[in-house]
Ligand binder design. Structure first.
Ligand code: SAH
Ligand code: SF4
Ligand code: F3S
Length: 445
């Protein structure tokens, strides 16, 4: 049997595309190899969101080059956003690469592998959904569902619109059928994926599914028997309508967690980023969430050191973080990307040491607020979806609450089970606790 190995970089979208690549390869009769050394087909699913993502991947590609030299029969393939952003250049720069393809061309990999062609080929049109390919899920009870591809926003720092193309939504009927099938296979939690999930369906308007908005899609998916949890990522603050927030309050399976990327707390910087909302409008959305879903966890993405960011702009980001009290935040140092508007900015560049120093202050504040926020869970009983053994202590279990908090706890339960856990401790990142049944039994005895 021929074997493949896939290394994945980047976001959940890429993780999911890799599941589809694996499913497709297995349907062609390939088996998964534990390491690239043992594979006939070595694949990389790449990311280009920040410079670090590029350099990490290029280090891996050097390893593949050595393996190809040892055995020239091996096939080396490069897919994903980095491949899309350099397109055919990849063959000039890395002559040992056999096949390269963008995120919209994953299906062409099968065509390439089954053809007799020995020449290197690149596939870079925006045309397909990986959602149409078979998948090989990492976990039986959790699944990603791609609801749209591409992005119509023009955030000035971001490479994604050029690597994933214009936004295209999948018809609601198709998504409902996919989730119903997943439920039938034992999936209890789905995460809906898109670059801007809450603009879902706008491109379908006028079509047969024209009436379906993101909130309506949530309603249809919530009705599917067996699906206990629905998550989604990422929404855009500009499209965060009240109906979506109400879905969190009213639909039992929609989780009490909203990831609402802020990027900056300064309206001036938001404008330069072309985010199309102000600090006030963002805080309005937060107020609406607090009003309808007071217990919801809110998390965010923040960029530090965008060109032109002054100490005053940065202070405003800190202020917003203090006011919102995020349950968690992903923080990034601005990284100029090829082909983007901000990648070409030459004025107001923030010195590296300044960026690092701001980042430290931001992380400190975010962690302090997250720790404070997490204390609300102590003493409560939370529903946890069991994922397996704890990473730090194999005698304990690990899972996630509906708020998307990692929970380490004692007790016996199988992966995929939803169990009640009594929370006894909380840090910025994790909760600790014990299975409630066990707690009840031991206190009774
Ligand atoms: N579509 C999603 C995710 C985009 S990428 C969204 O809009 O939220 C995830 C995060 O990476 C972004 O939210 C942003 O915070 C960060 N990011 C994107 N481009 C970046 C860049 N050039 N430099 C630093 N961080 C960046
Ligand atoms: Fe990038 Fe902005 Fe689109 Fe997100 S919304 S993918 S940050 S362009
Ligand atoms: Fe994701 Fe990276 Fe592409 S974050 S969309 S894989 S550039």
């Amino acid at each position: 049997m021929k074997r493949y190995h896939v290394t994945t970089f980047g976001c959940q979208m890429n993780e999911h595309d890799s599941e589809r690549m694996k499913g497709m390869l297995e349907s062609l009769g390939y088996g998964e190899a534990g390491a690239a050394e043992d594979a006939d087909v070595i694949l990389f699913n790449t990311c280009s969101i920040r410079e670090k993502a590029d350099s990490r991947f290029l280090a891996h590609l050097g390893h593949a080059k050595r393996l190809k030299r040892e055995d020239p029969e091996r096939i080396v393939g490069v897919g994903g956003c980095w491949a899309q952003s350099v397109k055919d250049e990849v063959f000039a720069r890395f002559p040992f690469v056999d096949v390269a393809f963008g995120p919209g061309q994953v299906h062409k990999l099968a065509e390439f592998l089954t053809s007799d062609s020995l020449t290197a080929q690149g596939f870079f049109e925006f045309e397909g959904f990986t959602g149409h390919l078979p998948d090989k899920r990492a976990r039986e009870f959790q699944a990603w569902v791609q609801i749209s591809v591409g992005c119509n926003c023009r955030c000035s720092y971001c490479i994604v619109p050029s690597t994933r193309g214009r936004e295209v939504s999948r018809p609601a009927g198709e998504l409902v059928a996919e989730v119903a099938r997943l439920a039938g296979e034992g999936v209890r939690e789905v995460t809906l994926l898109g670059q801007n999930v809450n603009s879902y369906g706008r491109d379908l308007r006028g079509g047969r599914d024209g009436a379906t908005s993101f909130a309506e899609l949530l309603t249809q998916l919530d009705a599917i028997e067996g699906i206990e949890r629905i998550r989604y990522t990422s929404p855009h603050p500009k499209d965060m309508r009240e109906d979506v927030i109400l879905a969190h309050a009213q639909l039992p399976s929609v989780c009490e967690h909203i990831h609402l990327p802020l990027q900056s707390g300064s309206s001036r910087i938001l404008k330069a980023m072309r985010r199309t909302y102000t600090r006030e409008r963002y805080m309005d959305r937060v107020a609406l969430i607090r009003e309808h879903v007071p217990d919801a966890a809110i998390t965010t993405d923040i960029i530090v050191g965008f060109p032109g960011e002054t100490e005053d702009d940065f202070a405003q980001t800190l202020e917003v973080c203090e006011q919102v009290g995020y349950d968690g935040a992903f923080t990034f140092i601005f990284s100029p990307r090829r082909g983007t508007e901000a990648g070409g900015f030459t004025e107001g560049l923030v010195a590296h040491e300044e960026k690092v120093e701001r980042m430290q202050r931001l992380v400190e504040l975010v962690q302090r607020r997250a720790t404070e926020r997490a204390q609300r869970f102590v003493g409560r009983e939370l529903e946890v979806l069991v994922e397996g053994a704890s990473r730090t202590d194999p005698s304990r279990l690990r899972g996630r609450s509906r708020h998307n908090k990692a929970v380490n706890f004692s007790g016996l339960a199988a992966p995929g089970e939803l169990v009640p856990v009594r929370i006894t401790g909380a840090t910025s990142q994790t909760l600790t606790g014990e299975l409630s049944l066990l707690a009840a039994a031991s206190s009774a005895g």
